[in-house]
Design a binder for this molecule. Structure first.
Ligand code: ZN
Length: 339
C-alpha cells in the first residue's frame, strides 16, 4: 500500500530539485541544458494523438513511456534527434527498450547527448552496458526515494553511491538491527530526512538494501560510500528455506535472448519456485526455453523455474516495469532470522 504524506509547500520540492541538479552537475549538467524525459510523467490526457510534449520552462521534451511500440520507436528516434538534447532523463527499464531497438536497427547515437540520467529504479549491470554501448556516453545513476529521506549519487570518477549527508542521515542496519560497519555487508537503509518538517521521517525503514564500502573515492569528496544498492526487499526471491536471495542476476537468462523478447516478468507465489512470464516477439524453440531456464539455474541452483508465454506484461501506474511480482510476504525481520 503506498504511504500517503504531506510535503512542505514551496520548500520540499525546491530543495529536492536543487539536490538532484547538484548531483547531475557531476556529469556536466547545467540549468539551461535541454533534456529529453522518459520517466512516465507524460500527460496522457492532453496528448491529442501525440507521443511527446514540450515543457518550455524546463527546456524538456517529455516522451510517453507507453507508446514505445516497434512502429513508433523510429519516430521517437527522429524526435530526439531533431530536439538535440544535452541529456536524457529516464527510467532504466524504459530507456532500455529504446536502446534495444537502436542496437537491433543499428541506429547511430545522438551526438548532442552528454550523459543519461537514470534514477528511480535499480540500474542493472546489463542495462548500463547496453546503454553505454548504444548511446556512447556516460550513464549516471543515484539512489533516492519518494519519501525523500536519503540521497546517494555516483560521481564523475566512479560508480560508488556517495551518501549525501546534507540531505538526510542514512544508516545501514544489519540482520541483528545493529549499524553495519563491515565492508561488503548488506544492510537495510534506515533514514532521517532534513527536507520536510511538515511530515518528518525519523529513522524511517525504507526496505531498500545496500552494501557499505570502506573505499575512498578518487573524486576526493569525503562521503561515506555504498558499493551497491540492491533495491526493495520485494525484489528478492525467497528460497525453499525462506532465505531472501537478490533477483539482481535474474535478467541474465532473458537477456541472452533479448532479440526475441518484448518484455518479461518474474512472479513468485511459492518459496523456492519462480514463474517467468515472457511476452515474446517470435516463437521460442524448446532448446531456447531450456537455455533461459539453465542460465537462471546457474545463478539460482536452489530454485525451480517455469516459463510461460503471455500476450502482455503489465506496467505500474507510473509507467515502470516491475521485474518481479513478489506475492510472498517478506520483511527484513524474516530475513534476519532465516539468513
Ligand atoms: Zn567520487
Amino acid at each position: 500500500i503506498p504511504l500517503g504524506f504531506y510535503w512542505e509547500r514551496g520548500v520540499t520540492s525546491l530543495k529536492e530539485h536543487a539536490f538532484i541538479r547538484a548531483l547531475w552537475d557531476r556529469v556536466g549538467y547545467r540549468i539551461r541544458d535541454r533534456c529529453v524525459v522518459l520517466r512516465g510523467n507524460f500527460d496522457q490526457s492532453g496528448r491529442k494523438g501525440k507521443f511527446w510534449r514540450y515543457d518550455p520552462l524546463n527546456k524538456s521534451l517529455i516522451l510517453s513511456c507507453v507508446d514505445m511500440t516497434n512502429e513508433l520507436l523510429p519516430n521517437y528516434v527522429a524526435k530526439i534527434r531533431e530536439f538535440r538534447p544535452n541529456f536524457i532523463q529516464a527510467y532504466p527499464s524504459v530507456i532500455a527498450i529504446l536502446a534495444r531497438f537502436m542496437k537491433k536497427n543499428s541506429v547511430k547515437p545522438f551526438p548532442s547527448v552528454e550523459a543519461l540520467l537514470c534514477g528511480s529504479e535499480n540500474l542493472y549491470p546489463w542495462q548500463r552496458e547496453l546503454l553505454e554501448e548504444v548511446f556512447q556516453c556516460k550513464v549516471y545513476t543515484w539512489y533516492g526515494h519518494r519519501e525523500r529521506t536519503a540521497l546517494a549519487g555516483e560521481c564523475e570518477k566512479s560508480t560508488y553511491y556517495h551518501i549525501q549527508p546534507e540531505y538526510g542521515i542514512m544508516e545501514l542496519i544489519n540482520k541483528h538491527e545493529n549499524a553495519v560497519t563491515n565492508k561488503d555487508e548488506l544492510g537495510e537503509i534506515v533514514a532521517t530526512g532534513f527536507n520536510n518538517f511538515i511530515c518528518p521521517f525519523i529513522r524511517y525503514r525504507t526496505m531498500d538494501l545496500a552494501i557499505l564500502s570502506n573505499a575512498k573515492c578518487k573524486c576526493g569528496r569525503d562521503y561515506v560510500l555504498l558499493s551497491k544498492t540492491e533495491g526493495k526487499l520485494q525484489y528478492f526471491f525467497v528460497d525453499k528455506t525462506g532465505s531472501l536471495i537478490t533477483s539482481f542476476y535474474s535478467d541474465e537468462g532473458p537477456q541472452s535472448l533479448a532479440d526475441k523478447i518484448e518484455a518479461y516478468q518474474y512472479v513468485q507465489n511459492k518459496p523456492g519456485k519462480v514463474l517467468l512470464n515472457i511476452c515474446a516477439k517470435s516463437e521460442f524453440s524448446n532448446s531456447e526455453i531450456g537455455s533461459v531456464k539453465r542460465t537462471f539455474l546457474d545463478f539460482y541452483p536452489r530454485f525451480d523455474i517455469e516459463v510461460e508465454f503471455v500476450d502482455q506484461i503489465p506496467r505500474t501506474e507510473s509507467g515502470k516495469f516491475k521485474f518481479l511480482v513478489q506475492k510472498l510476504p517478506i520483511e527484513f525481520g524474516d530475513f534476519a532470522q532465516r539468513k
